[in-house]
Design a protein around this ligand. Structure first.
Ligand SMILES: [Cu+2]
Length: 374
C-alpha cells in the first residue's frame, strides 16, 4: 500500500496523476475523478502497487506550466524476482526552455502547434552530468521521458545496449539495439554494458528524429558515460524475463473502436482533436471485455498516445500484425499512420481518459474521456 500526502503550497490548484500505476479510478489524479486540490489544501492518495516496473507521477493540472517547472518524479516498484545487476540508475530526462534572462520562458503560440522544446537538457534535474560505469559492469537504467514534447532517440555513442523493459515492466526477453525511441511519457529499461575500454567516454545523446515537418531535428547531448576501472561483475540477466501472453487470438484483427487524431486551424492557432472534437467524450467499455483500438493519426505530426489506468499490447503497426513483447501505456503514432492496441479492462470501473502526451496537444484538446463500467 502506498500512501502519499499531497499538500499544495502552490499559488494555484494541482493534482497528481500516477502514470502507469494501476490505481483505482478515484486515485487517478485527474479533474474527472477528484476535485482540484486548492492552495493550502491537502489530499491523500492511497492505493496498492500491483505491478513491478518503472513508473512516474506528475501534475495533471495546468501541465504545460506545472510539469515544465518540474512537478514530477519517478516511482520504481520492485518485483519479487528481479534480475541482478551491478548497479541500478533511475534517469529522468527533461528539457527546459529559458528566455533571454534565463527564466522559464512563457508559452509561445508555436508551442501549441509543435509542443514545447527547450535548449537545456536535464538528467535528474542536472545539465550534462558525467556518469561512470566500471569496465566489466552491467547496469540497469530506468529511463523516464518527462519532457513536454521532445522525442528522445537515445544512443550510447553507437554502442549496443539491451532493452529489458517498457512502460509496464520487463519485456519477454532482452533485445539488443544501438538506439531506442522514447516519446514523452514513456519509460524504457536498459541493460548498459559491459564495456572493456577503461577510460573511454561515451556520449549519451539523442539522435535527430523528425516528429514534425515544422522543426528540423538535431542531435542533442544529454550526458557522458565514462568507463572506469575494471571491477568484477555479479550481473545475472536471464534470457527470458517475463511471459507476455498475447491478448489477441491469431487471425484477422477487428478493431472494436477507432480513435482518430486530428487537427483544426482556429483563431488561436491549432485545436488538436479526437474524433473531430476537442476533449472528446467516448463510449464506455465493459470490465473484462477485450478492447481492440485502432489509433489513426490523420495529422502530419507524430503523437504519443497515452492510456490512463490500463496497460495495452501493440498488436498491429499501420495494419501489419506484430507480436507483443511488452505491456505499454504510451505508444507513438507516426504522422499519417495508425497503431492498433489491445487491452482487457480489469475490475476498476470509473472514469478514465486517454490523450496525446505532448502536453500542449493535450491542453489544446487531443484527449478523450471514457468510462469503464461493470
Ligand atoms: Cu500530439
Amino acid at each position: 500500500m502506498l500512501v502519499a500526502h499531497l499538500t499544495n503550497h502552490l499559488p494555484e490548484p494541482t493534482l497528481i496523476h500516477w502514470h502507469g500505476l494501476r490505481v483505482p479510478s478515484m486515485m487517478d489524479g485527474t479533474a474527472c475523478v477528484q476535485t482540484l486540490v486548492r492552495p493550502g489544501e491537502r489530499f491523500e492518495y492511497r492505493f496498492t502497487l500491483p505491478d513491478a516496473g518503472t513508473f512516474w507521477y506528475h501534475s495533471h493540472h495546468n501541465e504545460t506550466v506545472q510539469m515544465e517547472r518540474g512537478l514530477y518524479g519517478a516511482i520504481v516498484v520492485a518485483g519479487p524476482d528481479e534480475p541482478v545487476f551491478d548497479r541500478e540508475r533511475v534517469l529522468v530526462l527533461d528539457d527546459l526552455k529559458l528566455d533571454r534572462k534565463g527564466r522559464i520562458a512563457k508559452t509561445a503560440l508555436f508551442d501549441r502547434h509543435s509542443g514545447r522544446e527547450g535548449e537545456i537538457t536535464l538528467v535528474n534535474g542536472r545539465s550534462m552530468p558525467e556518469l561512470e560505469i566500471a569496465a566489466g559492469h552491467v547496469e540497469r537504467w530506468r529511463l523516464v521521458n518527462a519532457a513536454s514534447a521532445r522525442y528522445l532517440r537515445l544512443s550510447l555513442g553507437g554502442r549496443p545496449f539491451r532493452i529489458i523493459g517498457g512502460d509496464g515492466g520487463l519485456r519477454d526477453a532482452p533485445l539488443t539495439v544501438t538506439e531506442t525511441l522514447l516519446t514523452p511519457g514513456e519509460r524504457v529499461e536498459l541493460a548498459v554494458g559491459p564495456f572493456d575500454d577503461e577510460g573511454a567516454v561515451i556520449a549519451v545523446d539523442s539522435l535527430p528524429y523528425r516528429r514534425t515537418k515544422m522543426r528540423w531535428p538535431r542531435r542533442t547531448s544529454w550526458a557522458t558515460l565514462r568507463v572506469g576501472a575494471r571491477a568484477a561483475s555479479r550481473t545475472d540477466l536471464p534470457s527470458r524475463l517475463a511471459v507476455i501472453e498475447p491478448l489477441l487470438p491469431p487471425g484477422p484483427i477487428v478493431p472494436t473502436r477507432v480513435v482518430s487524431l486530428g487537427a483544426r486551424l482556429t483563431l488561436h492557432g491549432h485545436d488538436w482533436l479526437v474524433n473531430g472534437e476537442t476533449h472528446h467524450h467516448d463510449a464506455p467499455v465493459k470490465v473484462g471485455e477485450l478492447q481492440v483500438w485502432e489509433i489513426v493519426n490523420e495529422t502530419g505530426m507524430d503523437h504519443p498516445f497515452h492510456l490512463h489506468g490500463f496497460f495495452f499490447q501493440v498488436v498491429a503497426e499501420d495494419g501489419f500484425p506484430t507480436t507483443p513483447r511488452s505491456f505499454e501505456d504510451t505508444v507513438n503514432v507516426r504522422g499519417r499512420k495508425r497503431m492498433t492496441i489491445a487491452f482487457r479492462p480489469d475490475d476498476r470501473p470509473g472514469k478514465w481518459m486517454y490523450h496525446c502526451h505532448i502536453l500542449e496537444h493535450h491542453a489544446a484538446g487531443m484527449m478523450g474521456h471514457f468510462e469503464v463500467v461493470r
